[in-house]
Each structure stands twice: as C-alpha cells, then as structure tokens.
Design a protein around this ligand. Structure first.
Ligand SMILES: [Zn+2]
Length: 80
C-alpha cells in the first residue's frame, strides 16, 4: 500500500461546507438516491481521500460507500 495522505488543518473548513445530503452508492438500476443529513457531518469533498471515494462511488466499486455532501458540491458533481 502506498497511501499518501497530506496532513491538513481541518480548522479552516468553516461552516459553509457541511454535509446536507447523503448519496447512496449507485445500484444496478443506476438510480440515484439521496436523503437529507440530520446530524452534523463535514462535507466529504473536504476529505483528503475525496478523489478515491468519488471514483469508488461513481463506478460502484464499493456498494457500501455513501457520500456526505453539501448542496453546493452535490450540484457541482451533477448529483442534484
Ligand atoms: Zn461541500
């Protein structure tokens, strides 16, 4: 394993990028499901492993991976 996880300060994230929706992994029908987040979670886009999570999710590599995204990033990635 050759993991590269740059250490980043999370303090600077602020409140504008808080997860608002959970997107469930795509299933065979390709139907996209999302639900509103009730708890307090950071937007997954801010995670250092985001690119990996996104490709896993997008290509259905991991059926148990759910994305927690704010509305802004969900729109940016065409999920809403
Ligand atoms: Zn976000």
């Amino acid at each position: 394993m050759n993991r590269q996880e740059p250490k980043k300060q999370e303090a600077a994230v602020g409140t504008e990028c808080r997860a608002e929706f959970i997107f469930y992994a795509r299933n065979q029908t390709g139907k996209l499901r999302s639900v509103e987040v009730l708890g307090d979670y950071a937007c997954d886009f801010r995670r250092p492993d985001w690119a990996h999570r996104w490709s896993d999710w997008n290509f259905g590599q991991n059926p148990y991976l759910n994305l927690f995204l704010c509305a802004k990033h969900a729109r940016e990635f065409g999920l809403m």
